[in-house]
Design a protein around this ligand. Structure first.
Ligand code: B12
Ligand code: SF4
Length: 519
């Protein structure tokens, strides 16, 4: 039996990203801890949600909690573990969840008392009941925990098919709500979970299943009414908003009937354009921008990761969406098996010439739990295991035809080219002021990113000629190299001195725990 005050307190934390990414300015939380926080509030707990990207952690304040819940993806896992260690040092129990720890619960249990794998809306209240009464954890679905010397992984519960039973996330659990960007509040709403596709690099299906699950249209509309303000911009967090066209049309028709004042954006696949009526309804219902994972303009690449998408579909999607005045944020990935310098060049040229408003060139990232991770690890091609680098902006594995350095440079080149002054002028001449603004912001982010990652880029350059060994940087950013690389060590030592100077000016260069050093 735990000794608790009459109104126990739980603080949920979303740790900040270790590095800049293209969305850095748009601080929007993931929904998991907001929903779980709402459930805990309904159980009469005092709940607070801290988004570290927005608000610094104050451990004096955290000390007042009876329990701390941390949510993490792969790139924020090291930061999540550091926070967990600090919280546990205060004698407060820590629970953890999110896609990274769902796949690597043993790793997380070195820092947390309990780990929830997969969805937790049902498991958390059941756990809390047992925790308070000092009961039996073996009955709690999805829970991993240490029982003496043994680690126990309870079986996973079937995915919840009744999404209407999940409460609307209470955004007021975040102090001062979600930060406004350019005067707008971006409001996260999720209408479905799961995706019927199974792209090898994606961790969504492992977490949320291949079967699509939907909330009812009435349930969604009721939530949307709470945000009916033209200063709001809804971001539908669905992985594939139009996966079921019939239900998407039903929802869109209801949104049109409501005459909502807000604009919205979401993620769709290129195949959305196969149904022009659907695209027309999206526009009519206020769709501003769609985020599309085009991934590659090389058919072999698309097939190699089972994307189930053709290059023709990409081109047709761009045409149809533009015709309907829906902006496109195109996401391309470098590092697939067939990628070489000429495909990279072609992809960048394609992005520049197509009417895509904003782009993101990412680097294929072997996220734990995915087929890509399994294959690349088995083939010994993953060279860096520092999770802070797993943010789709750092090259961590050897691709077939490109060195790690070349892969990294390809991504930088992509952004430099798409957001070049020349491209910005072209957009200005077309009076696309929003794109010009985003372009200026992207140029700024790219510049800072390169400065902050100077050491990283240098490391890749130095390692280029002899990259046939495995390097691992651990969470304290210690890089392990075979002894024979003495020259490298000297260069590295020089670099590290610079690093100290830059560190003061730009903040931490390599994550939260200090500088890169040789062991
Ligand atoms: C919205 C979103 C974003 C937003 C906001 C991100 C943010 N604040 O982190 C934006 C667009 C900025 C973004 C950016 C990125 N994203 Co993103 N994003 C999403 C998306 C689509 C929805 C997240 C969400 O709210 N899900 C719904 C809620 C209900 O799920 P949840 O938060 O995971 O919570 C449930 C469980 O995980 C668990 N749980 C979670 N936390 C906790 C905590 C406790 C204590 C407990 C008990 C349980 C628990 O219970 C919850 C309820 O069931 C997901 C895909 C997805 N379907 O989840 C990808 C996803 C999270 N993103 C991903 C990635 C890779 C990125 C980027 C690195 C790359 C990129 N795309 O640019 C960046 C980095 C962002 C960062 N934080 O550093 C990956 C992460 C995979 C991984 N293992 O790391 C995902 C899963 C997509 C994928 N393709 O695999 N993203
Ligand atoms: S990348 Fe998109 S389409 Fe592919 S499995 Fe993930 S969510 Fe589905």
């Amino acid at each position: 039996m735990v000794n608790l005050s009459s109104r126990p307190k739980i603080i949920f934390i979303e740790p900040k990203s270790p590095n800049l990414h293209i969305y850095s300015k748009f601080v929007i939380p993931r929904l998991g801890i907001l929903i779980l926080g709402t459930i805990m509030k309904q159980l009469d707990w005092d709940v607070q949600v801290i988004i570290e990207e927005k608000e610094e952690l104050d451990f004096e304040h955290i000390r007042s909690a009876d329990m701390v819940g941390i949510s993490t993806i792969t790139s924020t896992a090291p930061r999540a573990y550091t926070i967990a260690d600090q919280v546990r040092a205060l004698g407060i129990p820590v629970i953890m969840g999110g896609p990274h720890v769902s796949y690597l619960p043993e790793e997380a249990l070195e820092h947390a008392d309990f780990v929830f794998r997969g969805e937790a809306e049902k498991a958390l209240p059941a756990f809390i009941e047992q925790w308070i009464t000092g009961g039996d954890f073996s009955t709690i679905p999805n829970l991993s925990y240490q029982n003496g010397a043994e680690i126990v992984h309870n079986p996973l519960r079937e995915l919840n098919n009744d999404l209407d039973s999940i409460p609307y996330p209470d955004l007021s659990l975040i102090q001062n709500g979600i930060k406004r960007t350019f005067g707008y509040q971006i409001v996260p709403v999720q209408t479905s979970r799961g995706c019927p596709f199974n792209c090898e690099f994606c961790s969504v299906t492992g977490m949320f299943g291949k079967k699509l699950r939907y909330r009812s249209t009435e349930n969604i509309i009721r939530e949307l009414r709470l945000y009916n303000d033209k200063k709001n911009a809804i971001f539908f967090y669905d992985d594939n908003f139009t996966a079921n066209r019939r239900r998407a049309k039903e929802l869109l028709a209801a949104m049109i009937d409501e005459k909502f004042k807000f604009s919205w954006s979401t993620q769709v696949r290129a195949d959305v354009a196969k149904d022009p009526e659907l695209v027309g309804l999206m526009r009519e219902a206020g769709c501003e921008t769609v985020y599309i994972g085009f991934e590659s303009i090389d058919q072999k690449n698309l097939e190699s990761v089972k994307k189930n998408q053709s290059v023709e579909e990409i081109k047709s999607a761009i045409k149809t969406l533009n015709k309907n005045r829906i902006k496109i944020h195109g996401m391309f990935v470098f590092g697939f098996e067939n990628d070489n310098q000429s495909i990279i060049k072609e992809t960048i040229r394609f992005a520049n010439r197509s009417n895509i408003r904003t782009v993101q060139f990412m680097i294929l990232t072997p996220l734990p739990g995915t087929e890509t991770f399994r294959k690349l690890k088995e083939e010994g091609r993953i060279k860096f295991f520092d999770w802070t680098l797993y943010d789709a902006h750092h090259a961590v594995f050897e691709s077939k035809h490109l060195t790690i350095d070349e892969l990294q440079r390809a991504q930088i080149k992509g952004h430099q080219s798409f957001y070049s002054i020349r491209q910005l002028l072209k957009r200005a001449l077309r009076f696309e002021w929003y794109q010009v603004l985003i372009g200026i912001y992207a140029r700024h982010i790219n510049r800072i990113w390169k400065k902050k990652n100077k050491i990283w880029l240098k490391v890749l350059e130095l390692l280029k000629p002899n990259f046939n060994f495995q390097i691992s940087i651990d969470f304290r950013h210690v890089i392990q190299l075979p002894k024979k690389f003495q020259n490298f060590k000297k260069d590295f030592a020089k670099l590290n001195q610079k690093n100290y100077r830059m560190d003061r000016k730009y903040g931490n260069l390599k994550g939260s725990n200090g500088t890169l050093s040789l062991r």
